[in-house]
Design a binder for this molecule. Structure first.
Ligand SMILES: [Zn+2]
Length: 413
């Protein structure tokens, strides 16, 4: 039985304080964070190494939107990544608000810069292209936003292969102003380029005592989106697995436990994909991946997204009952690095605590609670300790076919 008293929430919070900056993947800030993780491991006697990988990412170099008639004003705009470049001087065309992009509204969209409401998914994009739009804008934010929240944030255009038209994001308040003032002509310019950048996974292993050939992984991404410092998403996860690593350093489990801090999760699970590639030969020995993504805020509940057989959910719920810490399970795929393991045939879960402010500038350490960190590390530590020391893993090492189909679709995007 795990000794829960050895898990400290305050120590996790102190560790998290070292990451009070934006850690976008592929930047020096992300690399600095990797080194800080390594130093922490070294401080309690665990060796680690960096596994470097590269990936391609879009960088927007210019995004500009100006109403040209009946008045002239340049508005704050963010660009959609993955939809290419406008001509050198931009697109100048009539401006038109097509609300939710219904067929009646879109019948008037040909040749125009068309503003629509969120969401901008593949279907909406294709409808705009079919309608002959010259470019598009979507509306973000709310009428009660103030200060920094008035700045729209870059987004990815997902799920489309052909990108004949380019788009941007405009704030709600500006959308109201433009329509109210009768904006009827505008110019939109977008430039972006594909760049190859470098990121790292931090890897540390606690060798098992008598079933060392069987491997469990405890994982969390340490990169953040460019918009925020990513305390809740996901340095809290990084702190939770660090605390469990500290515990296992002293209380060696029977199975080997590999700890991985992934880079570039926010760029599309790049770190975990690099990891399963680099460790392909060994994956057959992997029994279960325990990932954490989104944690550390006090008000919230714990959900385990479990990509494995339903029996695994039951086993995990039983562990929750044993340790007296609340959780619910969802048997399905999850939008985080656990998906990568499941896709490669390794049963996997992500521990997720609900909270506020993901992917925004509100995601800071001020909202993180040692009480919450302690509970999550105790719960995940108890699960890892139980599985690490069990005679047999209490569920088969298979991924149900319907989940595998969803994973194939997920990674085909
Ligand atoms: Zn995350």
């Amino acid at each position: 039985m795990m000794n829960l008293n050895e898990i400290s929430g305050q120590r996790q919070l102190t560790f998290m304080e070292k990451f009070d900056y934006i850690r976008e993947a592929g930047t020096e800030a992300e690399e600095k964070a990797a080194q800080t993780i390594q130093r922490e491991l070294e401080s309690f006697g665990v060796d680690s190494h960096l596994e470097e990988f590269v990936f391609d990412t879009w960088k927007i170099t210019e995004a500009e939107f100006t109403v040209t008639q009946p008045y002239e004003k340049t508005y704050r705009v963010a660009g959609y990544m993955r939809c290419g470049n406008t001509p050198e001087d931009g697109v100048e065309a009539p401006f038109f608000y097509a609300e939710n992009g219904d067929p009646i509204s879109l019948s008037k969209a040909a040749g125009k810069i068309v503003m629509v409401n969120f969401p901008m998914d593949a279907e909406m994009y294709e409808n705009l292209v079919k309608a002959g739009a010259a470019a598009f804008l979507t509306i973000t934010g709310t009428p009660i936003d103030m200060g920094e929240d008035l700045n729209p944030v870059e987004r990815n255009l997902r799920g489309v292969a052909d990108t004949p038209i380019q788009g941007g994001i405009i704030h709600h308040a500006d959308a109201i102003e433009m329509v109210t003032n009768g904006a009827c002509r505008a110019r939109f310019k977008l430039k972006q380029e594909l760049k190859t950048v470098k990121s790292h996974n931090v890897v540390a292993r606690i060798e098992g005592s008598d079933k060392a050939q069987e491997i469990l992984t405890l994982t969390a991404h340490y990169d953040s989106v460019p918009a925020g410092k990513g305390a809740y998403d996901n340095m809290a996860g990084g702190a939770i697995i660090m605390e469990i690593c500290r515990y296992f350093r002293v209380h060696t489990p029977r199975r080997s436990v590999e700890f991985v801090w992934f880079g570039a999760e926010e760029k599309g699970l790049k770190g975990s994909q690099a990891y399963v590639g680099a460790h392909e030969d060994e994956l057959k020995n992997h029994q279960f991946n325990m990932n954490v993504d989104l944690a550390g805020q006090l008000v919230g509940g714990t959900v385990l997204g479990v990509a494995a057989v339903p029996q695994a959910c039951t086993a995990l719920e039983n562990m929750g009952w044993e340790v007296g810490l609340g959780l619910r399970t969802i048997n399905g795929i999850w939008g985080s690095d656990s998906n990568t393991f499941a896709w490669k045939g390794v049963p996997a879960m992500t521990l997720n605590r609900d909270g506020f402010g993901m992917h925004t500038h509100y995601d800071t350490i001020e909202l993180i609670s040692p009480w919450s960190l302690q509970r999550s590390a105790q719960l995940l530590g108890y699960i890892a300790d139980s599985l690490g020391n069990a005679e047999e893993i209490p569920f088969p090492r298979t991924i149900p076919e319907e989940l595998m189909e969803k994973l194939e679709q997920y990674f085909a995007q």
